[in-house]
Design a protein around this ligand. Structure first.
Ligand code: SRM
Ligand code: SF4
Length: 569
């Protein structure tokens, strides 16, 4: 295979001297934005240069430069933060960002609207709270997702500990981050030896790399959407090991068949203590064989499809120096969103707060951000972010339950019993006005679409049926629309491609049903399907399964990963 010339980003990485490039100088300069080289390197440090797209046209017409703003993403393995860390994020959001906190689909916090002059102070303040942004973006291993619910038994704790362990050991080794943001040793000049990074070398990975840990009875992490997934094999109440899944990824480009969403394939099995070495081996195969010429073809899924699963297993085993045990017979059967009250088993409870599209903010209707700040300051719970963009308040003593409810109620926060089933399971990516890649609205549009959908579902007697509606402003798939029961994917300004037939469990891809649908006709477009579903569904059959079984979509939905007995809570 002719590898082709290295892409521009490859050259920037290799010549960056461990992700330094011109960053330190440009951070210190009084400009509103960065050069292309610094902008690319900035991502590895957890920040994106954006501009306020609502202002773009007017500023251009007025001959002004774009309204540059920065997004900073903190890397939070398993979505776990302490009360103090939560309060620090809340403070940074108010002090330097746009006054909102965004829970991401990978259990991170994102802050939007930061001015370049405040970037260093923001990142520093996160580090003061013992949180890093290093590797939250860029061509490295991203945040490791794991079920955040502190349920009975030690299973979840084990998975969470593994997420933290993998994350810490798969970070880039460079000291550039400390030098640039935390005023560590001076940049480059005093170093005589280049830093050695045995995993990432000097060119890092060809593309982002995502790791997830899932449970068969609770795939809240959509483990099959990750480049590397660990699906727990539970025996005698403990995690006996993990099935290793490789090559998941959802990004696609409209009209380009050579890019596509893909669910991960089963590679083998690992004991928990060997998971890190397996992860290193899989990452190394991506590093060595990923496409460094064409970034659209650079994810691990394309290495796998171009070269085959057997070849891939051989490469992983060669790096491990041993054969990978055969995968155990495990299927995904359930998913939970962990909302509402749940016993933790130690005299404490946790409460899952519904956060619409992950955006924590105060509005006229609900002072969600203030309520959470007050609860965290007074009750001092643990805080966990979920891969469904929600937030769990953990370790709440029984005596504090009433106080938590009172504070939420006083601030007009909708408790989960007052949120419709369809809204509870829905997700949207940020899209406009922050995302530079958005071609249509998403986070700002989905609530209105759901208002209309809720009315129809109630009329059809489907108000209690759980299924996922996911919207994105472009085909990159940030809210994981390709595994949704119903997906609206931005196609052009205010028009969407409609997909149906995915699975709430994340084990089946949806297929295209309609294209270029205007936003105000989205509900009308899926309505005939919902009517048929209401009339023809089998007992217990969910919408995605029905759509898949009856092949109502144009391109027949791809085969599921597993035929599963499904349970939802
Ligand atoms: Fe994403 C790029 C937001 C999860 C696939 N994603 C972006 C950027 C950074 C836009 C950019 O490159 O300029 C978005 C920033 C928007 C903003 O204003 O905040 C963005 N992605 C998000 C978040 C915040 C969406 C959300 O609603 O929470 C999620 C942050 C996760 C995190 O904390 O790390 C987010 N992105 C995902 C997921 C879902 C997942 O990982 O579970 C996917 C699909 C899975 C996958 O990676 O295949 C995803 N994002 C992409 C892609 C397509 C990658 C590809 O292989 O083609 C891009 C574009 C790119 O990388 O070039 C992208
Ligand atoms: Fe931006 Fe597209 Fe991701 Fe939405 S799906 S956040 S529009 S890149």
């Amino acid at each position: 295979m002719d590898p082709g010339p290295p892409s521009k980003v490859e050259i920037i990485k290799t010549t960056s001297d461990g992700l330094r490039g011109p960053l330190a100088r440009e951070v210190a300069s009084a400009t509103s934005h960065f050069s292309e080289e610094a902008r690319q390197l900035l991502k590895f440090h957890g920040a994106y240069e954006q501009d306020d797209r609502d202002q773009r046209r007017a500023r251009k017409d007025a001959g002004e430069e774009p309204a540059y703003r920065f997004m900073v993403r903190a890397k939070l393995p398993g979505g776990a933060v302490t009360a103090d860390q939560y309060l620090a994020f809340d403070d940074i959001a108010g002090r330097y960002a746009n006054g909102t906190l965004r829970v991401t689909t990978r259990q991170d916090f994102q802050l939007h609207g930061i001015l370049k002059g405040d970037l260093k102070a923001s990142i520093r303040a996160m580090n003061d709270a013992l949180v890093t942004t290093l590797g939250a973006c860029g061509d490295v291993v991203r945040n490791v997702v794991a079920c955040p619910a502190p349920l009975h038994g030690a299973l979840r704790d084990e998975a969470l500990a593994m997420a933290a362990h993998l994350s810490a050991h798969l970070l880039p080794r460079t000291r550039a981050y400390h030098e640039i943001w935390l005023d560590g040793e001076p940049v480059a000049s005093t170093r005589t030896e280049p830093e050695h990074d045995p995993l990432y070398g000097t060119s890092y990975l060809p593309r982002k790399f995502k790791v997830g840990i899932g449970f068969p009875d609770d795939n809240c992490c959509d483990v099959h959407s990750n480049d590397l997934g660990f699906l727990a094999v539970v025996a005698d109440g403990r995690i006996a090991g993990y099935n290793v899944l490789v090559g998941g990824g959802l990004g696609a480009t409209h009209g380009k068949k050579e890019t596509y969403p893909r669910l991960a394939s089963v590679l083998g099995f690992t004991l928990p203590e060997d998971a890190l070495s397996v992860a290193r081996a899989v990452v190394a195969v991506h590093r060595d064989y990923g496409d460094r010429s064409n970034r659209r073809h650079a994810r691990l899924k394309y290495v796998l499809d171009d070269r085959g699963l057997e070849w891939f297993r051989g490469e992983v085993e060669r790096r491990l120096g041993r054969a990978l045990p055969v995968a155990r017979d495990v299927v995904v059967t359930g998913i939970h969103d962990h909302l509402g009250w749940h016993e933790q088993g130690n005299g404490a409870s946790f409460y899952g707060v519904f956060i619409e599209n992950g955006r924590i903010r105060d509005t006229e209707q609900s002072a969600l951000r203030t309520a959470l700040r007050e609860i965290v300051a007074r009750v001092r719970p643990g805080v966990r972010l979920t891969p469904q963009q929600n937030l769990l308040l953990t370790d709440i003593a029984d005596t504090d339950r009433a106080l938590v409810e009172l504070i939420l109620d006083d601030h007009g926060v909708r408790t989960v019993d007052r949120v419709s089933t369809v809204r509870r399971w829905a997700m949207a990516c940020p899209a406009l006005p922050t995302c530079g890649l958005a071609i249509a609205e998403s986070e700002r549009a989905l609530p209105g679409v759901l208002d209309a959908l809720e009315r129809e579902l109630a009329r059809l007697g489907l108000a209690e049926s759980p299924f996922t509606v996911r919207m994105t402003g472009c085909p990159n798939g940030c809210a994981r629309p390709y595994t949704a029961d119903i997906a609206f994917i931005g196609r052009s300004a205010d028009r969407y491609t409609v997909l149906v037939g995915g699975s709430l469990l994340g084990t089946r891809l949806a297929a295209t049903y309609a294209d270029l649908v205007p936003r105000d006709q989205l509900v009308q477009t899926v309505l005939p399907l919902l009517e048929r579903y209401a009339a023809e569904r089998l007992p217990g059959e969910r919408f995605g399964e029905y759509a898949h079984r009856t092949r109502i979509a144009h391109d027949a939905a791809r085969e599921p990963v597993h035929t599963a007995r499904e349970s939802v809570a």
